[in-house]
Design a protein around this ligand. Sequence first.
Ligand SMILES: [Zn+2]
Length: 192
Amino acid sequence: MTDKPSRPSVEEAEAAVRTLIRWAGDDPDREGLLETPARVTRSYRELFHGYEEDPREYLKRTFEEVHGYDELVVLSNIPVVSFCEHHMLPFQGRAHVGYLPSNRVVGISKLARVVGGFARRLQIQEKLTAEIAGAIQDILQPRGVGVVIRSEHSCMTMRGVNTPGTWLTTSTLLGAVRDDSRTRHEFLELAR
Ligand SMILES: [Zn+2]
């Protein structure tokens, strides 16, 4: 990946967490919170592992022996954990990813890895949806791609308008999945 901003030191990151604890109204020096800055800093490496990856790489190993298979391939209910870039609060839900192969397919677990690689960053769901679809289109060059994501945004459910139970659905449809009504209908049925 290019143009990564430089990372602060662990000490700087832990100091920032201590500041936020004080900002919340608590005392970072009380016993229960002493190890918290270190834990939060470590867990950020896992929560934001997408910055360590180029998800497009997962799509580069493909299989060409498909025995003439030319129908939709859809992986549904892929868990999505991402973080809204406006509030740094999680949004969680499910992604449904499909494509109409031309002459090669990718290992199905790779579709889930692509979702994870783009999701584990500061994101907005609209961009996440488009990035997943765009990567599949660019690298696999299938006849069509569909991505639907449905998720619950904690910045809306636990603060702000406080509306638990609301779901945001976004979709990017490309090529035949967008333009061919039978394929589009079939994908959207499988992606519900
Ligand atoms: Zn938000």
